[in-house]
Write a protein that binds this ligand. Structure first.
Ligand code: MRU
Length: 367
C-alpha cells in the first residue's frame, strides 16, 4: 500500500535485514526500523512497533529465522533455539497468528536435518508465510467487496457508510488489510464509500493508524470517539460494520481489539450488518467457546492513565487521570458468534457458525 505515493509493506526482508514500519511513531513520523536480533523482534511486538494479528505473525516467523542464526552461533543449537522460539511465541498472547506462524517456521527448522541449512529453512518459511498472508488479505478484499457492492446498489449513488474498529488495515497485515481490504477494493472499482473511524483508546489505533492509512489512499473518512458508535448506528448513519480479528474459535466467536463487542451489540440493536474479516490463520480450530477459552492480553495500565500525541516537543505522553488512580487494561474482547452476521475469509463469506466455516474449510472437519 502507498505512503506518499510509494508502495510499502508493513514488514519486509531486504538485503538480509528484517524491516518494519514503526507504528508507534505514526501518524506524526514515518520511520522504518531494522530488527537485527530475537530481542529486537520480541520488543517490537511487545511495545507494538509492529502490531495487528497477521503482521505480528509474519514478524514472529522472521524472528525464528533470527533465532536459528543466533542458535548456530552457540554450542548447543537446540536448547538455545527452543528457548528463543518460546519467548517470541509468548510476546503477545491473544492473536493466534503469532503462535501459528512461529510454530510453522520452527517446524521447518526442526525438519531440516543439516545444521547449516536450518537458517535457510526458517527464512524460506517466513517468506512463504508472508506471501500467504498477503494473498489471503487480497482475497478477503475480493470477497468482501461483494457486500459493499450489494449495499451500494440500494443507495442511489450515495456513499456506503462503513464503520470499522481499531486498525485492521494494511499496517496490521503485510498489505491490503483485512477489514479495510474490501474498502480499498471498493474504491478501486469506483464505488462511493465513507469510513467511520473510531479512536480505539487506549492506544488510539483508529486515529493514529486507520485514519493515516485511509488518508494516504484518499478514502473519505470521519473520526469519532469510541463512545459515539452507538448514536451513529441509531441515526442510520452506518450501513455496514467490518472489523478485524485476532483469534476466532471454530464456532466463530471472535476476539478483536477491546470495544469490538460493544460495536457488535449496538449493531445488533440497530439492525446493522456486522462482519468479521480475517485470514484463516486467525482461526484457532482447537477452541470451541471463544468467550471462555481465548486468552485476553492485559497490558500496562499506563496506557489507560496516559494519552500519547504530538506536543510542542514532539511525541509526548500526558497523564489524563489522577496520579493516584488505578486502571484496568484488557487489550481485547470476544464478540460471541450470535452477534456476528458473517465471516469474510480468503475462501469466501460464510455465516458465523461452525458449519458455515467448515463449508469453506472442509479439511478441518473432525471425523
Ligand atoms: O493491539 P493491536 O493493535 O495489535 O490489535 C489489533 C486488532 O485488534 C486488529 O483488529 C486485529 O489484529 C486484526 S488485524 C488485521
Amino acid at each position: 500500500m502507498k505512503v506518499n505515493s510509494k508502495h510499502y509493506h508493513t514488514v519486509w526482508y531486504e538485503d538480509g535485514t528484517l524491516k518494519i514500519i514503526d507504528q508507534t511513531k505514526l501518524p506524526h513520523a514515518f520511520v522504518i526500523k531494522e530488527l537485527h536480533s530475537v530481542k529486537d523482534v520480541i520488543t517490537a511486538i511487545e511495545i507494538m512497533e509492529v502490531r495487528g494479528a497477521p503482521a505480528i505473525g509474519v514478524t514472529g516467523a522472521f524472528g525464528v529465522w533470527l533465532a536459528s542464526k543466533e542458535a548456530l552461533a552457540v554450542k548447543d543449537f537446540e536448547p538455545a533455539f527452543d528457548k528463543a522460539v518460546k519467548e517470541i511465541r509468548a510476546a503477545r498472547p491473544t492473536a493466534v497468528n503469532l503462535a501459528w506462524a512461529v510454530d510453522r517456521a520452527a517446524q521447518a527448522v526442526k525438519a531440516e536435518p543439516q545444521l547449516e541449512k536450518k537458517v535457510q529453512a526458517a527464512l524460506a518459511t517466513a517468506q512463504l508465510v508472508t506471501n500467504e498472508e498477503l494473498e489471503s488479505c487480497k482475497q478477503i478484499g475480493l470477497q468482501g467487496v461483494k457486500l459493499i457492492e450489494e449495499i451500494a446498489q440500494k443507495k442511489n449513488g450515495r456513499p456506503v457508510n462503513i464503520m470499522t474498529h481499531c486498525n485492521a488495515g494494511w499496517l496490521a497485515c503485510v498489505d491490503y488489510g483485512t477489514a479495510t481490504a474490501p474498502i480499498y477494493e471498493a474504491c478501486e472499482r469506483g464505488l462511493k464509500v465513507h469510513v467511520w473511524v473510531s479512536e480505539t483508546r487506549p492506544r488510539s489505533q483508529g486515529f493514529n493508524l486507520t485514519a493515516f492509512e485511509l488518508g494516504q489512499h484518499c478514502v473519505p473518512h470521519t473520526l469519532l470517539v469510541d463512545n459515539a458508535a452507538g448514536i451513529l448506528m441509531q441515526r442510520g448513519l452506518v450501513d455496514l460494520v467490518i472489523v478485524g480479528c485476532d483469534r476466532a474459535s471454530r464456532t466463530c466467536d471472535a476476539a478483536n481489539k477491546v470495544g469490538t463487542y460493544l460495536k457488535a451489540l449496538a449493531a445488533r440493536d440497530n439492525g446493522v450488518p456486522f462482519y468479521v474479516a480475517l485470514p484463516s490463520s486467525s482461526v484457532d480450530w482447537s477452541i470451541g467457546d471463544g468467550v471462555k477459552e481465548i486468552e485476553i492480553e492485559e497490558r500496562n495500565t499506563e496506557e489507560v492513565l496516559r494519552v500519547t500525541g504530538l506536543g510542542q516537543k514532539g511525541i509526548e505522553s500526558v497523564l489524563v487521570a489522577p496520579s493516584t488512580a488505578k486502571a484496568i487494561n484488557f487489550g481485547f474482547d470476544v464478540t460471541p458468534s450470535r452477534l456476528v452476521t458473517g465471516f469474510i475469509l480468503e475462501r469466501g463469506i460464510c455465516p458465523a457458525t461452525e458449519e458455515g466455516l467448515l463449508k469453506l474449510f472442509p479439511e478441518k472437519r473432525r471425523e
